[in-house]
Design a protein around this ligand. Structure first.
Ligand SMILES: [Zn+2]
Length: 140
């Protein structure tokens, strides 16, 4: 994603997120590609470049999220917005079962599906990070 984000704002987003992806919680320190500030509401939907509309996202969450703002909840068929790290608490919406990120809410269900949080190799990576003590929702 081309960067139109000033360094000071980028730094704020990284620090606020504890330097890990705000969707899948992958720490930047173990990621091959740099995490990026993600427009929670993408610019093409009118989202603006300011701290209230930015979240730190790993490359994969960012790519899979793309220009989407939500999806149809597989459980109800209703259109549901994604988990929003600026207004939601991760642990109110998701829980870890081993290395699998499980949904608690409809927002989490659509986020897990579209951002492919439980893709096989991502779960395998998460499992090895957990084993190494490098991943967990209480880590900062
Ligand atoms: Zn991620």
């Amino acid at each position: 994603m081309p960067s139109d984000i000033p360094d000071s704002l980028r730094r704020l987003v990284i620090d606020r997120a504890g330097n890990r992806c705000e969707y899948c919680l992958l720490p930047q320190s173990v990621a091959f590609h740099d995490h990026e500030p993600d427009h929670i509401v993408p610019k093409q939907h009118g989202g603006i470049t300011e701290e209230s509309n930015l979240a730190l996202a790993c490359m994969r969450c960012n790519r899979y999220k793309g220009p989407n703002v939500g999806s149809y909840d597989p459980s109800t068929g209703k259109l549901v917005p994604f988990f929003n790290p600026r207004i939601h608490d991760w642990s109110d919406h998701f829980k870890l079962k081993g290395a699998i990120i499980q949904p608690i809410t409809a927002e989490a269900r659509v986020t897990i599906r579209i951002l492919r949080l439980n893709e096989q190799d991502r779960v395998a990576e998460r499992r090895s990070l957990i084993d190494a003590g490098l991943y967990g929702q209480l880590l900062s």
